[in-house]
Structure formats: structure tokens, C-alpha cells
Design a protein around this ligand. Structure first.
Ligand SMILES: CC(C)(COP(=O)(O)OP(=O)(O)OC[C@H]1O[C@@H](n2cnc3c(N)ncnc32)[C@H](O)[C@@H]1OP(=O)(O)O)[C@@H](O)C(=O)NCCC(=O)NCCS
Length: 158
């Protein structure tokens, strides 16, 4: 979990909004219970990457029909939002992104709070491809919004 001991000033993923969020907003979001930021710290103390998790809910009408067909008819489906995920550009391509994603999925599936799926809002096509490689599925008509059912995540960690 992100704390005051972590030096965020030099973190640079190359994506301005993700860097600004991490440097200026993530601490406050943690304190106000808006999002839980988690960091990957290397042995020398530098931060290789981070992600955030929070609770969300997605209107039943947004999900693929075949997904909601098997669910009770609630207007909102509970989910876990992987709001942001970024790796410092000096450390990209070393497997840290996949590691952080696996860590986030494990944390989500380990919670005792029910959640139907993990949701991500990919910021562009590259990010979408990153998540699709890890089995995330797009929402109909919202190709940059993807989900992975918690039941599938549980299978991954069985
Ligand atoms: C996307 C990101 C998190 C990936 O992290 P990373 O540490 O570089 O990725 P990894 O080394 O763990 O790679 C995991 C796999 O995804 C692939 N991959 C990495 N970045 C990718 C991208 N932008 N598009 C498609 N695939 C990608 C890798 O090739 C690798 O697959 P392989 O093992 O089959 O070769 C990182 O590049 C990043 O922070 N980018 C800027 C911010 C961003 O786009 N965040 C996405 C969330 S909105």
C-alpha cells in the first residue's frame, strides 16, 4: 500500500495523467477511501509501478447479454475497478506490468466483499491490447472498457 515513505516524485510512466495522478492525487484518494493505491518497490527503494483498486458498479444494460443472462435481475452489478496501472518507463518490458496485474487480480479475488468482475478503463488501444492478452473482454459498444469475471480469476489462482 502506498505510504509517505515512498518517493513518488521521480515516477514516470510516460503517460502524463497517470504520472500526475500518482504524484498528486493517489495519497489523498487513499486517505479519503476513494481508491487503494498499491506500489511495487524495487530493492533499491525506487517505485517500479503502481495500481489502484476501488469498488464500483456497472449498469446491467452495459454488460454483454450472454453474461447477464445467468445473473439475477439487479439494476447494478457490483464490480472491482482497477482504476489505474502504470510501470515506470525505465522498467517497462520486464514483466512488472503483468506482475502488478496479477497482484491486483489476486487482491480482488481474495476479498470477502462480493464482486462480479474486475473492470478496467484502458486509456488507449495499446492498453486495451495489454488487457486483452490477459483475457479481459470488452463491453459491447465500449471497446476501451473491459472486464474479467471473478469466476475466471478464481480459476486462474486455483
Ligand atoms: C502497459 C504497461 C502497464 C505494461 O507494463 P510492462 O511492465 O511494460 O509489461 P510487461 O513487461 O509485464 O509485459 C506483459 C505482456 O504485455 C505485453 N505488453 C506490454 N505493453 C504492451 C502494450 N502497450 N500493448 C500490448 N502489449 C503490451 C508484453 O509484450 C508482454 O507480453 P509477452 O510476455 O507475451 O511479451 C506499461 O507499459 C505502462 O505502464 N504503460 C504506460 C501506462 C499504460 O498504458 N497503462 C495501462 C493502463 S491504462
Amino acid at each position: 500500500m502506498l505510504g509517505p515513505q515512498h518517493d513518488r516524485a521521480s515516477f514516470e510512466s510516460g503517460v502524463g495523467p497517470l504520472d500526475r495522478y500518482f504524484r498528486t492525487q493517489a495519497g489523498q484518494d487513499a486517505r479519503k477511501n476513494m481508491a487503494a493505491p498499491f506500489v511495487l518497490v524495487l530493492p533499491d527503494g525506487t517505485i517500479a509501478g503502481y495500481y489502484t483498486l476501488s469498488s464500483t458498479a456497472v449498469n446491467v444494460g452495459e454488460w454483454p447479454a450472454q453474461t447477464v443472462r445467468k445473473l439475477p435481475r439487479y439494476p447494478l452489478i457490483p464490480a472491482t475497478l482497477l482504476g489505474r496501472l502504470a510501470v515506470d518507463q525505465r522498467h517497462q518490458g520486464n514483466g512488472y506490468g503483468r506482475f502488478l496485474l496479477a497482484d491486483a487480480l489476486y487482491r480482488a479475488v481474495s476479498s470477502e466483499i462480493a464482486s462480479f468482475a474486475v473492470i478496467v478503463d484502458a486509456k488507449d488501444e495499446n492498453a486495451r491490447r495489454f488487457y486483452e492478452r490477459e483475457s479481459f473482454l470488452p463491453f459491447p459498444d465500449q471497446p476501451l472498457k473491459l472486464f474479467l469475471p471473478m469466476a475466471d480469476i478464481a480459476e486462474l489462482f486455483k
